[in-house]
Design a protein around this ligand. Structure first.
Ligand SMILES: [Ca+2]
Length: 173
């Protein structure tokens, strides 16, 4: 899976992204309706630093997960605003005492935080919807990522929350 960290760019140069694993290939954004980035029937993806990750089910838990998951999304015509719907297990809630959170990043720009509702108990599965502003996606290939950000209150070696991405949908009205 680490091989997926190496991204080929147009022009033949190669950059290495250390913290996000990209899904193989690319997906065409449907001009209207739902584009499936991560199908709930696919193997869920453990993201985080792998430290204090006991709440991730053992069958999906990785010793060295990537901090995030990315997808390459090809857009044929300029889209308006879109909505991202993510189903994530053990996502840090808004009132997480350690200040951990996940973020949606489009073409290296943070566009929204992904947080479970206040008071969500650890281990819960949350469905979170956030807007992707018009202009964030451009015509051509885009990189959309869900990334764990460093917790604001240190917990020893546990610096990033661990969570399990079960599905990711992109909706264009
Ligand atoms: Ca962790």
């Amino acid at each position: 899976m680490l091989l997926a960290l190496v991204l080929g760019l147009p022009g033949g140069c190669v950059t290495v992204r250390l913290d996000v694993t990209f899904a193989p290939g690319s997906l065409d954004l449907k001009p209207h309706g739902t584009t499936v980035l991560q199908d709930p029937a696919q193997q869920p993806i453990h993201v985080g630093d792998g430290v204090d990750a006991q709440s991730i089910p053992t069958e999906y838990r990785m010793a060295h997960p990537a901090l995030g998951r990315g997808w390459r999304v090809v857009v044929a015509q300029p889209p308006g605003a879109a909505e991202l719907e993510a189903t994530i297990e053990d996502l840090a809630p808004v009132d997480d005492p350690s200040g951990c959170y996940a973020e949606v990043v489009v073409n290296d720009r943070p566009v929204a935080r992904l947080q479970a509702p206040r008071g969500t108990p650890p281990g819960s599965v949350s469905v979170v919807r956030v807007p992707i502003p018009a202009g964030a996606l451009h015509v051509g290939e885009n990189r959309l990522e869900i990334v764990q950000r460093e917790c604001s209150i240190p917990r020893g070696p546990d610096r990033f929350d661990d969570a399990l991405i079960r599905s990711v949908l992109l909706r264009v009205p």
